[in-house]
Design a protein around this ligand. Sequence first.
Ligand SMILES: Cc1cc2nc3c(=O)[nH]c(=O)nc-3n(C[C@H](O)[C@H](O)[C@H](O)COP(=O)(O)OP(=O)(O)OC[C@H]3O[C@@H](n4cnc5c(N)ncnc54)[C@H](O)[C@@H]3O)c2cc1C
Length: 393
Amino acid sequence: MKTTDVIIIGAGAAGLMCAIEAGKRGRRVLVLDHANKVGKKILMSGGGRCNFTNYHVNPECYISHNQHFHKSALSRYLPLHFIELVKKHRIPFHEKTLGQLFCDNKSQDIVDMLLHECQQAKVSIRLNTSITSITQKSAYHYIVQSENQTFACESLVIATGGLSIPTMGASPFGYKIAEQFGLPVWPTRAGLVPLTLHAEDKAHLAILSGISVNSTVSSIRRDFHENILFTHRGLSGPAILQISSYWQPGEELVIDLLPTLDMITLLKTIQKKRPQILVKNFLAEHLPKNVVGKLIDVDLAEYSLSALSHKHIAILAAQLHQWTIKPNGTEGYRTAEVTLGGVDCNALSSKTMEANTAPGLYFIGEVVDVTGWLGGYNFQWAWASGWAAGQVV
Ligand SMILES: Cc1cc2nc3c(=O)[nH]c(=O)nc-3n(C[C@H](O)[C@H](O)[C@H](O)COP(=O)(O)OP(=O)(O)OC[C@H]3O[C@@H](n4cnc5c(N)ncnc54)[C@H](O)[C@@H]3O)c2cc1C
């Protein structure tokens, strides 16, 4: 049997950060992962350039059944702490938009940085290792059984992430361990995921596939102002991915396709200035022609502005500012960036991430019921929760 101080299961963002911090404290750390590479999700993140944090991280940008839990870890490990690490390793980066920080080159830079830090902290990493069982002998004494070896440790950290992208090694392992130790787990669902449409809407909007429109998308819970993208299966783009984490099956979304304009005032003004212009031609100055063709009333589209009554103007404004659509579902874990739900925060210490009822057992990262917005927020949670546990394991 191999005995060590800390075992971390999952060599992703949270697990590696925790390993570095614990290793720096002089703890003997072993990281186990069933994948053949560390940080696969880091590698594929941010379109290959890893959106590793966000200047505007704040607790409001996270979804959880406990809206206070994540505050402690996020307030102790800030975006600037990760930025310092990135700068120390001379990794070039830039702000893309809305405070989102991306590598200039590739995500591999972040993985290399974490691996280098692990090496400095004398962390051991074993890949291609499947865990067959975990047992608790007593407080601070855990036995981890892999297919061909037995390990013992004082602190056991579960950092196995969520269910999104199963082909990248995602597994329900963490939720199962939580259940084994009696910790409640909130039901999971795909988040930051494209939405699909009912067959009729899909057929009607098929011609718009590939078109992107700067919009405000609202659900009954939130709204987001960013681009939406029409796809051959439904809707995607940053505003849709964001709202998908708040959307519940059966609900409608209201989309303002011209959020920076007041169509009623504008149409009335232009009616006087350019009375002969056709509605469709005028609107095509503000929106892609096909979007106008598909989303406004076909008859009104052919009117000249001079022929529009107040009622017509109100109808057009509603069609453009409050386009209402009921998605059919989501693309699911196959393409989702995150998993909502997970290990109940109320069963963990917000300071250390330790399970209240299992001394020495910790849950960090996406496996916990904390899900961030699109834009570097999920990595910041992984770093912050990994850091928090790393101080105590
Ligand atoms: C396509 C995509 C792009 C993304 N882009 C961004 C982005 O740019 N910015 C951002 O903030 N977030 C992004 N995310 C989300 C982000 O990747 C995750 O929130 C983050 O990786 C979670 O970190 P984690 O350490 O908790 O889990 P993970 O990084 O998923 O790591 C979990 C690790 O556990 C291992 N594991 C799982 N099951 C087992 C098991 N049974 N036994 C042993 N090991 C196991 C896995 O192999 C993996 O290495 C993206 C996600 C996806 C899918």
